[in-house]
Write a protein that binds this ligand. Structure first.
Ligand code: SF4
Length: 321
């Protein structure tokens, strides 16, 4: 696969309700661009790229990830970058086509909520899924409109992103790249991550020519990334554990992970039907939260998968028999 890096997003909200996209849509430049999104799946070893990285057939490939990182200028603490994206920027929308944009479970949850779709329906219409080559963990990417010239994102419109308030984390993070590493097991702050930032400046992008100066924390705050990163970082810790154990999911385990993470609504029915929550040490309030709130259920899903796959999870215990 091409290793060129093109990524970005309509970072500015559309000015009006978007019309349906058609093949005459202007402002959609066909690049062979790739975006592997804000993704715990792209981690190599204990490294996770949030933002962009080169497309390749082996998203867990450590060398490709490391080489990509080393090619980017780091944004160190206290440093800033200048950036603005809005309909007045000449390249507006150009980065929202022909992407390899990985969807995290939290991305799916937000987009589903926006589109009012059941998990299964969303995944069938908008995602392409495949097991990770090394761990067998189910990975999802946003399905581009291959039936239209330039293969645009299904959500891009002339006016910008039609799902702006719930756009994926990768779209929010650009033009930053965010790399995270788990803090080592057994240490006092185990379960946390450390992060590093990089600037992903693509040749076509004119957003760097004007705009305010941003530090990394300012940009993450402006793009409302706190909950995205919190949810994705938690999943990354599970995936790092899986990779460290050199464990490969069986097809059945992969199906269960898909159900729990990408079809959180159906996972709720599964929990109710099986009485699974009764077998776990949970307070009544926590059990009610898990059943009533899909974001809390997704957090629980990661703990539950860790418990099921490894027999132990720091956040969840089975009831003693
Ligand atoms: S979701 Fe929105 S911001 Fe992201 S690629 Fe699609 S149109 Fe662009």
């Amino acid at each position: 696969m091409a290793a060129c890096v093109k990524q970005g997003s309509a970072l500015h909200p559309p000015e009006e309700a978007p019309p349906p996209l058609d093949s005459s849509a202007k402002g959609l430049s066909p690049f062979g661009n790739t975006m592997l999104a804000s993704t715990p799946y792209s981690f190599a070893g204990h490294l996770v790229i949030h933002g962009t990285m080169p497309n390749n057939d082996q998203p867990n490939d450590h060398d490709a990830t490391q080489a990509f990182l080393e090619s980017l200028p780091e944004l160190k603490t206290g440093e800033t970058f200048q950036f603005a994206c809005h309909p007045g920027v000449p390249c507006f929308n150009a980065c929202c086509s022909d992407l390899s944009l990985m969807l995290t479970p939290y991305d799916v949850l937000r987009l589903r909520g926006r589109l009012k779709l059941a998990g299964r329906e969303f995944m069938e219409r908008y995602a392409v899924t495949a097991p990770a080559p090394d761990t067998g963990f189910p990975m999802a990417r946003l399905r581009m409109r291959e039936d239209l010239p330039g293969a645009p994102c299904p959500f891009v419109r002339r006016e910008g992103c039609s799902v702006y308030a719930d756009r994926p984390g990768a779209c929010r993070t650009y033009p930053l790249g965010r790399a995270t590493r788990p803090v080592g097991e057994g240490k006092a702050d185990a379960g946390d991550v450390t992060e590093q930032f990089f600037i992903v400046q693509e040749s076509h992008c004119r957003g760097f020519e004007a705009g305010p100066a941003w530090s990394a924390p300012e940009w993450l705050g402006d793009q409302d990334l706190k909950e995205y990163n919190r949810q994705n970082d938690r999943l990354m810790l599970l995936l790092a554990r899986l990779k460290g154990a050199e464990t490969r999911l069986t097809p059945k385990q992969g199906s269960m992970a898909f159900l729990a993470l990408y079809t959180v609504d159906a996972f709720g029915s599964f929990l109710s039907d099986t009485g699974m929550l009764e077998k776990l040490e949970l307070t009544d309030a926590k059990r009610a939260d898990i059943l009533s709130d899909e974001a809390r259920r997704l957090e629980f899903a990661v703990d539950w998968l860790e418990l099921a796959l490894f027999g132990a999870c720091p956040n969840l215990k089975r009831k003693a028999r």
